[in-house]
Unconditional design. Structure first.
Length: 334
């Protein structure tokens, strides 16, 4: 079966006064029908620009310079703005970090959901209202027929995010893109929202692309993880395998710096240094200046994304001749 979304060698560059910024620099990945994947990385790694590219929302001075974004085998980079708008309202939906800015403060949340339903299903106002109340229920808000008449500012952050999810799912999309959907919420609410998305995904059979800087939130929710660094994919594979044994030193660093829910650490590890800028992009491996495993070769030559086992990819010289366990490698260091 063909993937729902197949991104191939995507290049999205920004043309700034200081030069060209290759925010997304040859990224490939796919999402199967009903699959949930996450793109993880620090801010500036290109994960959001990747999602904006898929949605056709890259604005000036950004531009898709190369590659293909195949959605059900049609190349989205070739569609007009109008065609993309239709696709966004019907087949691809999005939720963002701060729902207050995406909801219209002047209309009730019920009206905003029912508008999408009316547009999408061409049903009467009355039916749309019924369906809206059902939808509000489905996203776990009690008293749905009362909440229908609430304005966004009358609801809590967690409730607003639930409403955004209701709006995003009202058109029954094939793909839901969620860019840091829980970052603005406190930890308990975060967990509830992620659980909700997980439940709805099973019920509605929607594929989900989750964009996050927080490796902690993906563990329970996704099938596959893509880790991005400096505009490139550095590791990609099954979520359990990745958590069990991260293969890229950057992924390991991210993981060591992520607090575990049931574990209290005195001090969390943090990856030294910062994400390189295009003006000081290392010539060899882009992670070289921050890498604790770096070898001579890494400085000179950029590694390719290698398949280290079936369906599992890593961009790192350490695994050139077969996969290496970083923990063992790490302990050998003085
Ligand atoms: Fe570190 Fe070298 Fe691997 Fe880059 S290629 S992540 S510098 S070990
Ligand atoms: Mg972002």
């Amino acid at each position: 079966e063909k993937p729902l979304l197949d991104v191939r060698n995507l290049k999205t560059y920004f043309h700034t006064e200081n030069g060209v910024v290759p925010s997304v620099d040859g990224v490939s990945f796919h999402i199967n029908k009903g699959e949930v994947i996450a793109i993880v990385g620090e801010s500036g790694c290109g994960k959001s620009v990747t999602s904006y590219s898929v949605m056709g929302l890259v604005g000036q001075p950004g531009k898709i310079e190369g590659g293909e974004i195949l959605f059900e085998e049609k190349d989205l980079t070739k569609l007009s703005n109008g065609q993309m708008r239709t696709l966004r309202g019907n087949e691809i939906s999005m939720i963002f970090q701060e729902p207050l800015t995406s909801l219209n403060p002047l209309f009730t949340v019920g009206f905003q959901i029912s508008e999408v339903i009316m547009l999408h299903e061409k049903v009467s106002k009355k039916i749309a209202k019924q369906k809206t109340v059902e939808m509000i229920n489905k996203v776990g808000i009690p008293n749905a027929s009362k909440i229908y008449y609430s304005f966004p500012h009358q609801l809590s952050g967690g409730m607003r995010q639930r409403i955004m999810i209701a709006i995003a799912l009202a058109c029954n999309p094939k793909l839901l893109i969620a860019d840091e959907p829980t970052t603005a919420l406190d930890v308990t609410i975060q967990a509830q929202i992620l659980q909700l998305m997980k439940d709805l995904r099973q019920e509605l059979d929607t594929s989900i692309l989750l964009i996050t800087h927080d490796l902690g939130v993906v563990a329970e929710m996704v099938d596959r993880v893509i880790v991005m660094y400096a505009g490139q994919v550095v590791e990609e594979g099954n979520v359990f395998k990745l958590f069990e044994n991260p293969k890229h030193p950057y992924t390991k660093g991210l993981m060591d710096s992520t607090p575990k829910i049931h574990e209290r650490k005195e001090e969390l590890y943090s990856i030294k240094g910062t994400v390189p800028t295009p003006m000081n992009m290392p010539t060899g491996c882009r992670f070289y200046p921050r890498c604790e495993f770096a070898m001579e070769k890494c400085k000179e030559k950029a590694p390719e994304l290698l398949e280290v086992k079936q369906g599992y990819h890593v961009r790192c010289w350490l695994h050139e001749e077969g996969e290496v366990n970083l923990d063992e490698e790490f302990n050998r260091k003085p």
